[in-house]
Design a protein around this ligand. Structure first.
Ligand code: COA
Length: 325
């Protein structure tokens, strides 16, 4: 039994925040942001929208494309670092909104690699015969944990959600292999220190801005390029494939220069790499499923194509998934 993605969906909030808007908020420029990151604009959730609301819209758009009743979903996995609340899981809020009474629900926290960690879990449940139909959603409202006075981070992130419905199949296609990695010794490169049991919310934690993303961008950049190259090579070797046999590489959209550097090292032409960072910035766990949904809608993935998904993020974590579409 294999696991196959039978439908995708995505949702981004209406409000667009451009680089020019950011010029009026912090000491930055459209030119700097575009040259260093490839980002032109990003979406920002309205004050009533939480992670499960974005997830709900993305899931609905995926269900519209799947030809079975939503009640048949066995499991909901949500990947997020900006869930509605510390608990219960955002997946439970989503289950309630969708009215999927039969489904189990839980969240995965692997930061920007969260969707691929979730995909690997879904693949395992389906291959082992435990579940047949799984809804996987990556959703983030990063604007709520962004320090809008810190120009080194606030220009990079955005909000959005992407969903995939994964089903058991006996066909020779679907998820071929997933590869998960982590290195907790580098946790300080990318984190949000406040709000957990180490530094619970206090007046002092708020004053010290501990409830915002902290990132050592330059160091993170170097680790990302090195680890992603190795991971893509490992994923291809494990399946005796060459990079030239890939029809499309969908990388996590964190920085266009990371994407270009990885492509160059792997000798994969940019035409075979999906890029939409210019429109949305880094949406963490939502980035890959939004890109996957856009790639499907743009007709860039056909039946039988080999597609490789890869991500890198806080933890540090990194992950890939090879799919025969
Ligand atoms: N506008 C203008 N200048 C800025 C700026 C901004 N928004 N942010 C930082 N700068 C300045 C810095 O203060 C620094 O100035 P200095 O040389 O006078 O000290 C200079 O630009 C260069 O900063 P640096 O951090 O070295 O830039 P960079 O080339 O590494 O680019 C990032 C910064 C954040 C775009 C880049 O490091 C990055 O994308 N890193 C990885 C991010 C990532 O992938 N994170 C998530 C993984 S999921």
């Amino acid at each position: 039994m294999r696991a196959k993605i039978i439908a995708t969906g995505s949702y981004v909030p209406e409000r667009v925040l451009t680089n020019f808007d950011l010029e009026r908020m912090v000491d930055t420029s459209d030119e700097w942001i575009r040259e260093r990151s490839g980002i032109r604009e990003r979406r920002i959730a309205n004050e009533k929208e939480a992670a499960s609301d974005l997830a709900y819209e993305a899931a609905k758009s995926a269900f519209k494309k799947a030809d079975f009743k939503t009640k048949d979903i066995d499991l909901i996995i949500v990947a997020t670092v900006t869930g509605d609340m510390p608990f219960p899981a955002t997946a439970c809020h989503l289950q309630h909104k969708l009215g999927l009474k039969k489904a189990a629900a839980f969240d995965v926290n692997a930061a920007c690699s969260g969707f691929l960690y979730g995909l690997s879990i879904a693949d395992g449940f389906i291959r082992s015969g435990i579940y047949r139909r799984i809804l996987l959603v990556g959703t983030e409202v990063l604007s709520r944990i962004t320090d809008w006075e810190d120009r080194t981070t606030c220009v990079l992130f955005g909000d959005g959600a992407g969903a995939a419905i994964i089903e058991a199949t006996s066909e020779d296609r679907g998820i071929i292999s997933t590869h998960l990695r982590s290195d907790g010794s580098m946790w300080e490169l990318l984190n949000m220190p406040g709000g957990g049991s180490r530094h619970p919310a206090t007046k002092d934690s708020v004053k010290k801005k501990m409830h915002y993303v902290k990132m050592k961008g330059n160091e993170t950049f170097k680790v990302a390029v090195r680890t992603l190259e190795n991971l893509v090579v490992e994923s291809l070797n494990a399946n005796k494939l060459k990079a030239s046999q890939l029809s499309l590489l969908i990388p996590h959209q964190a920085n266009l220069r990371i994407i270009q550097a990885t492509a160059e090292r792997l000798e994969i032409p940019m035409e075979k790499i999906f890029v939409n960072i210019d429109k949305y910035g880094n949406t963490s766990a939502a980035s890959i499923p939004i890109a996957l949904d856009e790639a499907v809608r743009q007709g860039r993935i056909r039946d039988g194509d080999y597609v490789l998904l890869e991500a890198f993020g806080g933890g540090l974590t990194w992950a890939s998934a090879l799919i025969k579409w």
